[in-house]
Design a binder for this molecule. Structure first.
Ligand code: GLC
Length: 418
């Protein structure tokens, strides 16, 4: 048997740019926010020192207002669009102007358990994470649920959740540009031009107000309350709170944030689909989308029995769960990015949350499926949930991290299990 642990470690090493890790060479040549948190955790399974460095480098991109950007452009790379000249971020390092799901605090808590000697480094990172979480609480809430101001902020770039809000955006004047993603990967696996025009238009709108959040509220036509952000921030605050207590920090505001977000999560429950849904803040309407983000409630510490049947139905419809979009929906596309494929990183967040909450059968199924995807088809970005075919980019950092930290543990190949 090939040693998948050795392969996974090698991927992290190969994607290591010295202090930060690329998601994969070519397609994603910079530091991505939540990818980096996964990378930090993956490294901690065999090189904890390098794991802590990853988080520290991520926080060097933090803006004065607390925001931690979704991409940090440490070194120019002409192979990527939209780059620093388009985003015009105003942080200490060239960056994008939006954030990404805040999973870093949760991974930091895990790293601290795996490597208690890293405590001094965790203590130094903690206040920065708190500033970042506060930024979400200040600028992204709607009725306690966390909103995204750009589809890429949720990390589920072209999920069907955004379609209704995107349809309201006029991108006629977006101008000419050349995409780079479709020269690295088959266009059939990537978002369409219609979507891409709107992604770029939203960036132009952010630039037009110099990413001033107050002004952005008034001019940005896109605002969607999202289960990914709401559940990851809720979970991250629980972990931040526990670490803060241990470090002797003042945590009273974090306790309030947790209550607010719990109430906010409730506003995402859509009885019509029997699941947690995204909500278009401008129109007030639910989007009616059952996705893998709908299944993040357990990860957020909300053990909601109402949510299980729909997730079990999605699992039963696939050979390699969990799909990113309901296979019974009209727009389901098994190979297109966030409109169907199975994503190991989401499988990990959902599966580990279910394990914690005692949803054993579904958790075991998701973990075993995730391991099989990698055993059969290597460390791809995502996979067809029916056939397991690998798709998107290859030798992917966070997929390798999920093997090292979780998916590999129950398999025969336990040689490198932490
Ligand atoms: C895509 C994904 C996003 C991820 C990035 C780098 O944009 O949708 O979640 O962070 O790639 O892997």
């Amino acid at each position: 048997m090939t040693d998948l642990y050795a392969q996974a470690r090698q991927i992290l090493r190969d994607n290591d740019k010295g202090g930060y890790t690329l998601p994969t060479h070519g397609l994603y040549p910079y530091q991505w926010n939540w990818d980096s948190a996964f990378a930090a955790w993956g490294f901690t399974t065999f090189d904890p020192d390098r794991g802590w460095t990853e988080l520290e480098t991520l926080m060097t991109g933090q803006w004065e207002d607390g925001m931690v950007p979704h991409i940090i452009f440490h070194q120019p790379d002409p192979g990527y669009f939209p780059g620093p000249d388009v985003w015009q971020g105003r942080g200490p390092i060239p960056s994008s102007g939006i954030s990404q799901p805040p999973v870093a605090a949760t991974f930091m808590a895990k790293m601290l358990t795996m490597h208690p000697a890293g405590e001094a480094r965790a203590r130094a990172i903690w206040p920065k994470l708190k500033d970042w979480h506060r930024w979400f609480m200040d600028w992204r809430l709607d009725q306690g649920a966390v909103c995204v101001t750009h589809p890429w902020e949720a990390g589920r770039d072209n999920a069907p959740d955004w379609d209704a809000a995107m349809a309201e955006i006029n991108a006629d004047d977006v101008g000419d540009y050349t995409r780079r993603d479709t020269s690295h990967v088959d266009p059939a696996m990537r978002p369409t031009k219609y979507d891409y025009d709107r992604y770029i238009k939203l960036v132009q709108i952010g630039v037009s107000v110099n990413w001033d959040q107050e002004k952005l509220l008034a001019v940005n036509p896109f605002r969607v309350a999202d289960p990914t952000m709401t559940f990851t921030l809720l979970r991250a605050n629980r972990d931040l709170l526990a670490m803060g207590r241990r470090f002797g920090e003042d945590v009273s505001d974090i306790e309030d944030w947790i209550k607010t977000l719990e109430a906010g999560a409730d506003t995402l429950w859509n009885p019509q689909i029997g699941g947690y849904d995204s909500r278009d803040v401008r129109s007030g309407a639910f989007n009616g989308i059952l996705s893998n983000a709908s299944a993040l409630c357990w990860y957020a510490g909300i053990n909601d029995a109402r949510a299980l049947p729909a997730i079990e139905r999605m699992l039963a419809a696939c050979t390699y769960g969990l799909p990113s979009y309901d296979p019974a929906a009209d727009g389901f596309e098994p190979l297109r990015y966030w409109r169907g494929p199975s994503w190991p990183i989401m499988n990990y967040l959902v599966g580990s949350g279910m394990e914690e909450q005692g949803i054993d059968a579904a958790a075991a199924r998701i973990r075993a499926d995730t391991a099989r995807l990698m055993e059969e088809n290597g460390f791809a970005e995502y996979y067809d949930p029916h056939t397991g075919a690998p798709a998107g980019g290859g030798t992917f950092t966070w997929t390798a991290a999920v093997w090292l930290g979780w998916a590999g543990h129950d398999t025969e190949d336990k040689r490198g299990a932490a």
